[in-house]
Design a binder for this molecule. Structure first.
Ligand code: T4K
Length: 370
């Protein structure tokens, strides 16, 4: 039986490094509630990401959900977003009592198509929520100018873009807020975790309140917050992983380069775009199959790979505008490019420790189509 390869694998530090990091927790017995690890990680991440303001959260999803919440939009307002994303983005909008309005994506990088945004703006629109999907950075300049013209907030789902820069600027600086995920499957992980990066200082207190019950002191509660704190064990994992993340991204780069070298010559396969001005993090390796030219469809390729013990994932199928859990019924035909990408894309295995021999094996199977 061939060695099993999963679609990704968490990057974790050497065990003794993590144990050293958490040793002090046995002395202090301070396990959560913004302890020293939380404080340190928040500072180190602000520096690494090159952002002024950051608030750590329990996971990426709650970062989005609570980030939207502190904006204080009226219930029933509309948020323009894309359906080509993980469940979380659209759920976070809906769980805030807001209506998602779906905009199609661009065929080259699968991010929101700015040319199609303005037609979707109504008197109920309050924000645009684009997704830097696969680490492809949205057209931040065009989105910014539309948002300014119409007085809308821009909230980026930056879950896939840890450490990326655009024209030398940390990606967390664009728009009003950016939401990061530090889930186990991400380029940088804190086991579970996430963060909100934001410009306006006024959100500092409200984000803190919302993640910590609105407690200002032992006898003082000033806001109706919940609990979305990152604990000290997760923060410790983050501190360790941050020391190794550049090395991990370098290793991912080598994997991606090998995939590109082997797969770019195959007809009927479209590889992810390489964007100008972007320092990439090599988060995902999406491949879009054209069944007419390649001779097999995406599902057949996934099945063939699975036969060799190789995992792949249809990130992101189905589109979120096909879900029937929302009170509104959307039509995926309104976002034809997103539909076509979602129907044909397959993310191949990618993680720092994936060997180039394994990449070659995966590419051989795809090249030989059997
Ligand atoms: N916005 C976007 C655009 C996102 O993609 C996500 C999350 C979010 C928001 C929300 O952020 P979080 O709240 O999750 O922080 C995964 C992740 O759970 C999810 O974080 C991620 N996006 C999504 C794209 O993928 P699954 O269902 O694919 O995970 P799972 O459990 O099938 O794992 C995939 C592979 O990863 C496994 O085959 C092996 C490996 N793995 C997994 C886990 C859980 C590990 O090596 N270690 C692990 O601990 O959702």
């Amino acid at each position: 039986m061939d060695k099993k390869i999963l679609v990704t694998q968490s990057t974790i530090p050497p065990m003794d490094e993590y144990i050293r990091e958490i040793e002090s927790l046995w002395e202090t017995k301070w396990l959560t509630n913004m302890g020293s690890k939380h404080v340190q990680l928040q500072q180190e991440l602000a520096a690494y990401l090159g952002v002024e303001n950051i608030e750590l959260m329990v996971n990426g999803h709650m970062s989005i959900e609570l980030g939207i919440q502190v904006c204080g939009f009226e219930r029933g307002s509309e948020v323009i977003t894309t359906p080509f994303t993980f469940t979380s983005t659209t759920h976070a909008i809906v769980r805030n009592g807001l209506k998602p309005v779906f905009c199609d994506v661009k065929p080259d990088d699968y991010t929101i198509d700015p040319e199609k945004i303005e037609a979707l703006i109504s008197d109920k629109t309050v924000a645009i929520m684009p997704v830097h999907v696969y680490g492809n950075i949205c057209d931040v300049e065009a989105i910014d100018s539309i948002a300014r013209k119409h007085g809308l907030k821009v909230l980026y789902d930056a879950a896939h873009t840890f450490g990326e820069t655009y024209k030398g600027k940390g990606v967390g600086n664009f728009g009003d807020m950016s939401f990061f995920s530090f889930h186990a499957t991400k380029v940088f992980n804190t086991i579970e975790g996430g963060a909100v990066c934001f410009h306006d200082e006024k959100y500092k207190q409200s984000l803190y309140d919302i993640k910590n019950f609105g407690i200002h002191g032992p006898e003082e509660v000033k806001a109706v917050g919940g609990n979305a704190k990152m604990n000290e064990f997760c923060a410790s994992m983050g501190l360790c992983n941050l020391r190794h993340v550049d090395e991990a991204i370098e290793k991912r780069k080598k994997v991606v380069e090998r995939y590109r070298e082997k797969l770019s010559v195959i007809d009927g396969i479209k590889l992810n775009v390489v964007q100008d001005g972007v320092k990439q993090n090599y988060a995902y390796f999406p491949v879009v199959f054209d069944p007419e030219v390649y001779g097999k469809n995406r599902d057949e390729v996934q099945e063939i790979l699975a036969g060799y013990g190789i995992g792949s994932r249809k990130y992101f199928y189905p589109l979120t505008n096909s879900y029937d859990c929302y009170e509104w019924k959307f039509d995926t035909a309104e976002t034809p490019i997103a539909k076509s990408i979602s129907d044909n894309v397959l993310c191949l295995p990618l993680y720092a420790d994936l060997s180039l021999e394994d990449v070659d094996r995966i590419c051989r199977i795809i090249t030989e189509k059997c």
